[in-house]
Design a protein around this ligand. Structure first.
Ligand SMILES: *Cc1c(COP(=O)(O)O)cnc(C)c1O
Length: 295
């Protein structure tokens, strides 16, 4: 897989000037037409491994609006692998834009009840009974495994400037962990948890760091800006996204990057960053998910 060099876009505004903050958006949303943002990095070494192990099929998991499902379907098509998507919940009569796209890319969609989806042991048994003879390569939900994190270590590689803080939105924390493992100790990684669940990402990241034998301390997880959890859109968030897009020509999604950017602006307003601070906001993509809300 080839990673295109994407723009590091400087955001200029009277607000940022007044607070003496240098803010840049790293536009990973522009890295690929259909395997957008962090998902390309998370899939990179997983696809390599599947090929190396001579697998013909990738099997993975996600909700009906999952960016990972869309990206995996597109990656399968591009790299000549069959894809099976295990989708949480009942099949709807009309496919939403995410699932329609996945299907168009050739992904075989298989729906399981929320109850079964939640029970990982039972789900794994069900899947291996049903698809076992296909000798598939399994990618966990969100593409979040060790190889996914290895891929995300490369996100910062082409950032052409020095920075003090780097921010990203966290669903599972795997992308954040990869970014964290790649920065210098005098730089800080700040993750914005999008789900409402106490210490969820903090614990996940600690577990990942252990697996990578890292004792890094230069990170924090902010869990203030989840807006009630996935897809619970608050007017304040929607307004912020609209204004941000219009002023800076940077589209944001409602689930991840919109919340991160809202959080960054609120922290700047509250004086959480020193004057002269340079912040990188990683735009992890996810714009395909907006189609589901606009319909
Ligand atoms: C999946 C996704 C994330 C979350 O990535 P994790 O590695 O699961 O934390 C963040 N932003 C966007 C746009 C995503 O699609």
């Amino acid at each position: 897989m080839i990673h295109k060099i994407v723009p590091l876009q400087k955001i200029t505004s009277a607000f940022l000037t007044a607070h003496e903050i240098n803010l840049y958006v790293y536009r990973l949303d522009l890295n690929h037409a259909s395997i957008s943002g962090n998902k390309l990095y998370k899939l990179h070494y997983n696809i390599d491994a599947a090929k190396k192990e001579n697998k013909k099929t990738i099997l993975t998991f996600g909700g009906a609006f999952s960016n990972h499902i869309a990206a995996s379907a597109a990656a399968g098509k591009e790299y000549g692998l069959k894809t099976i998507g295990i989708i949480r919940g009942e099949e709807c009569q009309k496919l939403n834009p995410t699932l329609r796209f996945a299907k168009e890319q050739g992904m075989e969609l298989h729906y399981v009840s929320r109850m079964l989806y939640k029970n990982k042991n039972e789900l794994n048994e069900y899947i291996s009974n049903k698809f076992g003879e296909q000798n598939y390569y399994l990618i966990p939900e969100g593409g979040s495994n060790q190889l996914g994190i290895e891929g995300c270590k490369e996100i910062t590689k082409n950032i052409p400037i020095n920075f003090d803080s780097i921010c990203c939105a966290c669903g599972t924390g795997a992308t954040f962990t990869g970014i964290l493992l790649s920065i210098k100790t005098n730089q800080k990684a700040i993750g914005f948890q999008v789900l409402k669940a106490e210490n969820y990402i903090k614990n996940e990241v600690s577990t990942w760091l252990n697996q990578f034998s890292s004792a890094q301390k230069n990170w924090e997880i902010n869990d203030v800006y989840h807006f009630g959890g996935y897809a619970k859109l608050k007017t304040e968030l929607l307004n912020f996204i609209q204004v941000f897009e219009k002023e800076n020509d940077v589209p944001l999604d409602y689930i991840y990057t919109g919340k991160m950017m809202f959080g960054i602006y609120d922290l700047i307003k509250k004086g959480a960053f020193k004057k002269g601070h340079t912040i990188i906001a990683v735009h992890t993509g996810g714009l395909q998910g907006n189609l589901g809300f606009e319909n």
